[in-house]
Structures are given as C-alpha cells and as structure tokens.
Ligand binder design. Structure first.
Ligand SMILES: [Fe+2]
Length: 234
C-alpha cells in the first residue's frame, strides 16, 4: 500500500517537474501569499480595534522566526487534514447529486467532477507523503454543512424541474467556492513555507475547482435560456 502511494507521489512529482517551470504555475503559486508575508502584523498592531496582545515586542512568533514557522506548519497541516475530509465527503455526496439532476449535461458534469475529486484525494495523499505523514482526515464542519444543505435542496424540489437542477448547481457552486478559498489559502501557506512541490500539487486542484465552478455557471445559463437538453436518459 505504501509502495503504491510512493509510486503515486513519484508520478505526481514527475508531472509537476514539467508543470512547475510553467509561468502559469509559478504565477498561481505567487498570486495569493501576500496575506501571509507578515507585513500585515504591522497593520494589525496599528489598528485601534486590536488590543495590545499584538503590539510589537509582545509576540513570541515574529515573522520569519522558528516559532512562527512551526505555528504556520501546524496551521497548514490542519488545513490539509480538513480538506482531505472534505474531498472524501464529496466522493460520497456527488453521486447522489448526479442521480438527482434532471439535466443530462449537469449530471455528466457532476460525474466528471467526481472523477476529478477522486484524483484530488490521491493528490492530498501525495501531499501527506511529501510531509512524511500518514493521511489523516479532520472533520470539516463547513463541508458537512454544505453537503447537508445540498441534500435538503434535493428533498425540497421536484425531480425533473429547472428548480431542482438550478438548486443543485447553486449547492455545487457553494462547495466549489469553499474549496477555491481553502486551496488558495493553503497554496499561500505552502509557498511561504517553501513547500513548492506541494504548492504545485494544490495548484492543479485549484485549477480544476475553478474550471468546475465556471462549467456549472455555464450550465445554469443554458438552463435559464432553455437551450439545454430537457432531460437525461433514464
Ligand atoms: Fe475538490
């Protein structure tokens, strides 16, 4: 099992060597980390809304210190465990959404994203391997809530209606937006922790989430305009 996972890491790493030199990947890895450079510390300390606990000289984890790096690594690892739980939850939830969708294009898009999600789970297992840790899930309350909400949308709409399909799209886009926020933050942390191989892996997933979000939006437009096929095959 461990050998298979290691092979997976090596394949992913090899793929990344080609990708890491691409301007797109570098740009993606560089676009978000500004929030974690430490420059915001000054702004926080200067804010009248923040008490003296953030005043200069009172922190034991100043930017660039070993303490800060340790804390950021803890935050990063926790975020990876959280999104690992979330992706696994989606592997269970997406087939129900595809089954409930009446629009053929929507059902197909959800099933395609299910395959991507399985790959994203493997990618996170590769991240754990690069961190020299066993894969571990930490319950993501946000994703649990989002998938429950999606189920209640299905329960409260009639099968085969535009309302059902648009409700499913709305729920799936909420999920995508959560994932986009999570991966963007994790890429910023990984980049600042100099975990560039990991940042590249997470960027691949971020690209997929953004494409999926866009595709769902396009399908919603088609449903609104009535240009989509009316129903999927039984
Ligand atoms: Fe995902």
């Amino acid at each position: 099992m461990r050998t298979a996972r290691l092979l997976c890491v090596l394949v992913l790493k090899r793929n990344n060597m080609a990708k890491s030199s691409s301007p797109k990947t570098k740009a993606a890895a560089q676009k978000s980390p500004a929030a974690f450079t430490g420059t915001e510390t000054t702004a926080i300390a200067a804010s009248p809304l923040n008490p003296s606990k953030y005043a200069p000289g009172q922190r034991n984890n100043e930017p660039g210190s070993a303490d800060q790096e340790k804390e950021l690594m803890k935050l990063f690892t926790s975020g990876i465990k959280d999104i690992y739980w979330a992706e696994n939850q989606l592997v269970k939830a997406l087939p129900k959404m595809a089954n409930a969708a009446g629009d053929k294009k929507l059902a197909g898009a959800i099933l395609d994203h299910l395959q991507q999600t399985s790959t994203q789970v493997e990618r996170l297992e590769a991240v754990f391997e690069l961190l020299d840790k066993e894969p571990q899930a930490q319950k993501c309350d946000a994703m649990e809530g989002l998938t429950k909400e999606a189920e209640s949308v299905v329960e409260s709409t009639l099968a085969g209606t535009a309302a059902r399909d648009l409700g499913i799209i709305l729920s799936c886009q909420k999920v995508e937006h959560y994932e986009i926020a999570a991966y963007t933050g994790l890429i910023g942390l990984a980049t600042n922790l100099d975990l560039l191989d990991i940042a590249d892996l997470l960027t691949q997933t971020l690209d997929e989430e953004q494409s999926s979000d866009q595709l769902l939006g396009n399908i919603a437009d088609d449903i609104f305009s009535g240009s989509n096929n009316k129903a999927k095959k039984p």
